[in-house]
Design a protein around this ligand. Structure first.
Ligand SMILES: Cc1cc2nc3c(=O)[nH]c(=O)nc-3n(C[C@H](O)[C@H](O)[C@H](O)COP(=O)(O)OP(=O)(O)OC[C@H]3O[C@@H](n4cnc5c(N)ncnc54)[C@H](O)[C@@H]3O)c2cc1C
Length: 74
């Protein structure tokens, strides 16, 4: 079993969720096509997906403050 998209890495609402979900799906499909076993494919996919989503989440940390600021225009 593995996860992709929001189930694997829910992101803040800053326009990346769909793109990451589609990238995950592509990477998982490629890994399944290229690997000898499903276990190997899942490991290869997670090796790419986990660091990418961790890095993206870190990059977006605290960015929602701009969306929720009390000083945002009405
Ligand atoms: C208001 C809003 C605006 C957004 N705007 C953007 C944007 O501009 N750009 C962007 O990149 N991302 C945006 N996102 C994020 C984006 O929608 C998600 O990151 C993306 O849809 C994740 O795709 P997913 O396939 O992982 O999950 P989902 O799209 O949530 O798909 C999961 C599916 O599983 C189904 N499901 C759940 N439980 C079960 C079950 N037990 N059995 C069968 N099916 C089940 C659900 O009904 C759903 O269809 C936005 C999100 C919201 C809420």
């Amino acid at each position: 079993m593995t996860l992709l998209g929001d189930a694997a890495h829910l992101m803040p609402p800053l326009g990346v969720g769909v793109n990451l979900a589609m990238l995950d799906a592509c990477d998982l499909a490629l890994a399944l096509a290229r690997s000898a076993t499903i276990d190997e494919a899942v490991r290869a996919y997670e090796h790419t997906m986990l660091p990418r989503s961790t890095e993206t989440a870190a990059m977006l940390e605290n960015r929602t403050e701009d969306l929720l600021s009390e000083e945002a225009p009405e």
